[in-house]
Design a protein around this ligand. Structure first.
Ligand code: 9MR
Length: 579
């Protein structure tokens, strides 16, 4: 009798108790869990159309039986993948999925608020990224650390000199979040990050305001999410030159320091570097939106934010083509700067975003009409260099505030956004894994997990417009993807799941001497570009090209702009499904 047949017979007679071996690498599912009333899909890599069982952790009792679907070829690997659909099983508890001859899955929960823990943890991830602050044990637990980077004596780089602030001027620019695995602070990447999280407060206020990450400000009168955002907003405001309203592109060391160095030990000189049009417009968009969001709690901060936004906008009008080109800058000025460039070559989308935020906040149609709001029909997925949809989402969520101009354009915008969402949802149904993520090899770029999360966010916007359940299901498929329903088998949020990311490219996680990485951080995800040239990538296939090694900044770094759509998606799923 073959081994597989023997195992099948055992399972048929005895349920799952006999499967005491470690979880298999061939069952891919959300390792955090499922809502009772939502779809529940696992993906099993096997050539055989086998039965599957759902077993209760602890007792081992079989609570549900089903049959794997016919095989579909993995779009990139060609491997036979089958879906196990246990949507109809709705009883709360902790379970494992077992397939004879394949093995058992990592354990997972079925329960009503199943993603609240990851939403809170991913928000807490920002607390762990705080610059200029010690993280005491009461909030940071075993990851407590000393303060790093006071940033109260930052030099104006020669590229950023202005009459009021010649090169070498010392300015104070504390707080903010470390961008990623490195210790620098970049306005462009803060832009999309802040826009995404402020949008959560606008779109799902009850859920967003109820998040409890466990931060020092938790007892005050503001929602904790807003408290966390203020840590970065207050830094951003210091990045505007009071002389002319322009905004420095970044605050940075000249180069990345050693990987295993804690913040407190990374003490080199820091500079604010070159103003750019993209930075000014991202800043204008964030501060205009923050003005709206903060107003009920902090009216004078709201006023300052709006004033800052209007000045940055005016600077951009006067300086529309100040692109950030790091190599050219290094040829002209010293010291050379080698850290992340965020060198966006097109400002078109930043005009759209900033205009939308300023228009909605002020009601002044001059912003709406300043540039083509709809230069073409494209609906490009948001990323740090592509923020057009952030503007469109804002127009859609504030329909009632739009004047004649806006109202005229809105039906078409809705149609176009729903068309993109339709094709995403339809694509997921055809895909071997049943997720929206992975429809194109281009999905697997540097930071691909943010692609998955931003696809989810787009679908949530479509759901908000239509209340169509298909969009909510498709969005959830990508949260499943991020938490384990992907062919790497990893649960990509640190600290969660049965197969965890243990070695993200993240300086504090490498430097703190603690085995477990800082929790609540989303790994970048599969990226066949392999720009880090690390050894150990298991394959070059787009959807599996990931290595859990700290050297892999191209597949396993963490970043604030990747965590943000994760926080949004997890919280939105709670709002939609978590009743
Ligand atoms: O997320 C950025 C990615 O889109 C770029 O391809 C890559 C190379 O320029 O840079 C990524 O951003 C990094 C930034 O430059 C510096 N901090 C870490 C960021 C995440 O890897």
């Amino acid at each position: 009798m073959s081994h597989r047949l023997f195992a099948l017979l055992l399972l048929l007679f005895a349920g799952c108790q006999l499967f005491a071996q470690p979880a298999t690498d061939f069952i891919y599912l959300n390792q955090v869990g499922f809502y009772p009333g939502a779809p529940k899909i696992a993906v099993v890599q096997t050539g055989d159309e086998l039965p599957f069982f759902l077993c209760r952790v602890g007792s081992g009792d079989t609570v549900f039986r089903g049959q794997l679907s016919p095989a579909r070829s993995g779009e990139y690997s060609g491997q036979a993948l089958r879906q196990a659909d246990f949507t109809s099983f709705q009883e709360a508890g902790q379970y494992q999925l077992c397939v004879a001859g394949v093995g058992r899955s990592h354990p997972f929960d079925i329960q009503p608020r199943v993603h609240l823990s990851v939403a809170n943890a991913a928000l807490k991830g920002y607390y762990f990224q705080r610059v200029s602050s010690a993280l005491p044990e009461a909030y940071a637990g075993i990851w407590s650390r000393e303060a790093g980077h006071p940033d109260d004596a930052v030099l104006v780089h020669p590229s950023a000199a202005s009459p009021g602030r010649p090169a070498g001027t010392v300015i104070s620019s504390p707080r903010g979040w470390y961008d990623a695995g490195d210790y620098n602070k970049y306005i462009v990447n803060s832009g999309i990050t802040m826009g995404t999280m402020l949008s959560l407060l606008e779109d799902f206020p009850a859920t967003a305001e109820a998040l409890q990450p466990g931060i020092p400000e938790q007892g005050n009168t503001l929602p904790d999410l807003l408290d966390e955002l203020l840590w970065n907003l207050r830094w951003m405001l210091t990045m505007q030159d009071p002389g002319d309203g322009g905004v420095y592109h970044k605050l940075t060391n000249p180069s990345f320091g050693p990987l295993a160095q804690m913040p407190a030990n990374a003490v080199g000189t820091r500079f604010v570097v070159r103003k750019s049009t993209v930075a000014a417009l991202d800043f204008a968009a964030v501060t205009a939106q923050a003005s709206r969001v903060c107003r009920p709690w902090l009216p004078s901060l709201a006023d300052s934010c709006l004033a800052a936004a209007e000045r940055a906008w005016a600077w951009a009008i006067a300086n529309p083509a100040e692109l950030y080109r790091q190599e050219a800058m290094n040829r002209a000025f010293d010291p050379d700067v080698e850290t992340g460039a965020y060198g966006d070559g097109s400002v078109k989308d930043e005009w759209i975003w900033a205009a939308a935020e300023l228009f909605v906040t002020t009601g002044n149609s001059q912003y709406y009409l300043a540039n083509p709001m709809f230069p073409d029909a494209a609906m490009p997925l948001p990323s740090w260099s592509q923020v057009r949809l952030l503007g469109y989402y804002t127009l859609l969520r504030h329909e009632s505030r739009l004047g004649e101009e806006g109202k005229r354009d809105l039906p078409k915008l809705k149609r176009q956004l729903l068309a993109v969402a339709d094709s995403m949802a339809a694509g997921a149904r055809l895909r071997s894994t049943g997720t929206v993520m992975g429809g194109s090899p281009k999905d697997f770029e540097w930071g691909s997990n943010a692609v998955a999360a931003n696809q989810g966010l787009l679908l949530v916007q479509a759901w908000r417009l239509s209340q169509d359940q298909r969009y909510a299901e498709a969005a959830l498929s990508n949260l499943d993807y991020l938490l384990g329903r992907n062919v790497t088998g990893y649960c990509f949020l640190t600290g969660f799941g049965g197969k965890q990311v243990m070695h993200p490219h993240h300086r504090p996680s490498e430097g703190d001497g603690i085995l477990a990485p800082v929790p609540g951080l989303l790994s970048g995800g599969p990226n066949p570009g392999q720009e880090d040239k690390c050894e150990g990538y298991p394959t070059t296939l787009p959807d599996a090209c990931f290595v859990d090694d700290a050297c892999s900044y191209a597949s396993n770094e963490i970043a604030i702009n990747w965590n943000a759509p994760f926080v949004y998606l997890a919280a939105a799923m709670e709002a939609i499904w978590g009743k």
